[in-house]
Design a protein around this ligand. Structure first.
Ligand code: ADP
Length: 593
């Protein structure tokens, strides 16, 4: 892909605040000229002292003019800065909103493949780095560029030779800056890579702290962590060390314009071509000519930071978008059908994750998806919710290709209860209500009851009003999944996909989840990814998936008699059950199965 110019991208975000940005620049220019007035006032006062006997009134007049100029400078600088800050935050808002919008329209799977740390880093931290340069570059770049030019022009009107003398240090400092910056791009790139590496190690270390502790890996993990931090410190110091000499030289030489103006001014004064007043004025002005240029070194760094931030944001903004039809379609039924579906997550996967999958799940039926781990069960379920689009073949609902159904309509008719039962940072009641924001409290309680949540919620101090964060720590995985099921019951979508929580297999939870599933499925097209076979016994259709292919479909009895893979899985399941229930409950548990 052709890389876009980052400044173009930046400006495209600024289109909404173009007027304010232009006004900010105009104010900055007025402020610069206001800043020149005191120089002029002082010049006039010096002339008065040298050439005549000044009166108090004259001095006061020029002092007032100088003060007025200074006030104009401050006032317009303030207005310019306020406007540039409003513009900067508008740009930040635009970038963040555009990324959020993009994430909504990109394939969900692609979004989920990105780590939370990376997303947060780009959307919050990287984008934030744009604010300071953007809010300050506009007024300061202009004043720092315009001021020396204006002073230089003014100096020329007094004496052009003195104007040139004021610039004597610029070429010397220029050479040292060029030497210092010759590897800047590469060094900045390496610096960003080192910074990204240390970021990812820190995120890994903090997110994995539980596992690190559980496996007593604190020493090795801490070593990796501290190595990354130290390597970053070493790299940064080495880079700074390599430039410190030149940097100090530049900082010392560049503002020393007196090196040129004093000897040349003296010579001109001695040969009678420069008046003492003009000489003094040139000395004063020359001091103001170079200092603003120093600020450019900061802008170079800031501009690089902006470039990297915009490029990172652009990566998210360039995520592929799913085709999204606008017009809702009328569906005659909610049969879900796979027609010769092939799919792989990326080109690198040689074998398709799903190959030639054809299956029909009629409305009002319960289908169960089973098979060895990695066989493609979750993939099949995700494709129905359009986390990704199929590579070839099609998935239809009521005979209509799901790519023809607007995403918002699809999301309304499909409920997907996954294993990652995310609870939002609000009360449990509101978490359930997310299924249907218009639902009354009574409807929420009813759904919770049907999903067998009411007893454990009642045990919490604040009941349904318990914040999810507080409750989250005290809820088991199974309980969290039941909350997600309550949410889906409330949503009441005609198609329900449930990725059964495999990690929580205590018999009590299992029974409750079974009951909540039956509350969920009345009159629906239900697909359950079953990790335990007890769930699937009652399914109208069991789909056995292995290595991305449908091996067989049928009822429990039919498969038990005809399919050895299923028969073996069932045997293993029964054994596991009796093993779990060792200690007297074995018979009862098998009966249960
Ligand atoms: P199952 O649910 O049957 O355990 P999955 O559908 O999760 O199987 O996985 C099928 C195959 O696809 C596996 O080989 C897995 O490694 C791969 N896979 C799953 N998710 C992704 C993903 N997000 N990106 C790339 N490959 C994936």
């Amino acid at each position: 892909m052709k890389e876009k110019n980052w400044t173009g991208t930046l400006l495209s975000f600024a289109s909404r605040c173009r007027g304010k940005m232009i006004l900010s620049v105009i104010c900055a220019v007025i402020s610069v000229f206001g800043g020149l007035v005191p120089y002029f006032g002082v010049y006039k006062i010096i002339i008065l002292f040298i050439e005549a006997q000044p009166t108090g009134g004259q001095i006061l007049f020029w002092a007032a003019v100088s003060l007025g100029g200074h006030m104009v400078k401050i006032l317009f600088h303030t207005i310019s800065t306020i406007l540039s800050h409003i513009s900067a935050y508008t740009v930040l808002e635009n970038i963040r909103l555009r990324i959020a919008e993009k994430l909504m329209h990109a394939p969900l799977g692609t979004v989920l493949n990105e780590t939370v740390g990376k997303m947060k880093n780009i959307i919050i931290d990287r984008v934030e780095t744009i604010e300071i340069p953007l809010a300050h570059v506009i007024p300061e770049l202009f004043s720092n560029l315009l001021l020396p030019i204006a002073v230089f022009v003014y100096l020329c009107t007094i004496d052009w030779r003195m104007a040139l003398a004021a610039l004597v240090t610029v070429p010397i400092a220029g050479i040292s800056v060029v030497l210092m910056m010759r590897n800047f791009n590469k060094q900045y790139n390496d610096y960003m890579e080192a910074s990204n590496h240390v970021n990812s190690v820190i995120v890994e270390y903090t997110e994995g702290i539980e596992v690190i502790k559980a496996f007593n890996q604190s020493t090795t993990s801490y070593e990796k962590f501290s190595k990354a931090v130290n390597a970053f410190k070493d790299y940064t110091l080495e880079w700074f060390n390599s430039t410190w000499g030149m940097m100090n030289f530049t900082v010392a030489v560049l503002p020393s314009s007196l090196l040129g103006t004093v000897p040349i001014g003296m010579a001109l004064y001695l040969n009678g071509s420069l008046t003492p007043a003009a000489f003094t004025m040139c000395i004063i002005l020359s001091l103001g000519i170079v200092a603003p240029l120093m600020k450019f070194s900061i802008f170079v760094n800031d501009a690089k930071a902006m470039e990297y931030a915009i490029k990172d944001a652009d990566k998210l903004l360039n995520l592929p978008a799913l085709r999204n039809e606008k017009t809702p379609v009328t569906l005659s039924n909610y049969d879900v059908t796979f027609n010769n579906v092939r799919f792989s997550y990326n080109e690198k996967q040689k074998d398709h994750v799903l190959s030639d999958v054809s299956i029909n799940m009629p409305q009002n039926s319960f289908s169960a998806l089973i098979g060895p781990s990695g066989g493609g069960k979750s993939t099949m379920a995700r494709l129905i919710a359009r986390f990704w689009d199929v590579n070839s073949g099609s998935i239809t609902i009521g005979g209509v290709d799901i790519r023809q159904i607007p995403l918002s309509q699809l999301l309304k008719i499909v409920s997907f209860v996954t294993q990652d039962n995310f609870l939002f940072n609000c009360s449990l009641k509101e978490n359930i209500r997310l299924g249907n924001p218009k639902a009354t409290d009574e409807e929420v309680y009813e759904a919770a009851k049907a999903a067998k949540c009411d007893t454990f919620i009642a045990r919490l101090d604040k009941g349904y009003d318990t914040p999810a964060g507080e409750a989250g720590k005290r809820l088991s995985g199974g309980e969290k999944q039941r909350i997600a099921i309550a949410r889906a019951i409330l949503k009441n979508a005609p198609i329900v996909i449930l990725d059964e929580a495999s990690a929580f297999i205590d018999p009590e939870n299992e029974e409750k989840i079974q009951k909540s599933i039956s509350a969920l499925v009345k009159d629906k097209t239900l697909l359950v990814i079953a990790h335990r076979l007890s769930t699937v016994k009652n399914a109208g259709q069991i789909i056995l998936l292995d290595k991305g292919q449908v091996v067989q479909t049928g009822t429990h009895e039919a498969l038990l008699n005809t399919n050895s893979l299923y028969a073996n899985m069932w045997k293993a399941h029964i054994n596991a059950k009796s093993w779990t229930a060792a200690g007297g409950h074995a018979r009862e548990v098998i009966k249960h199965a």
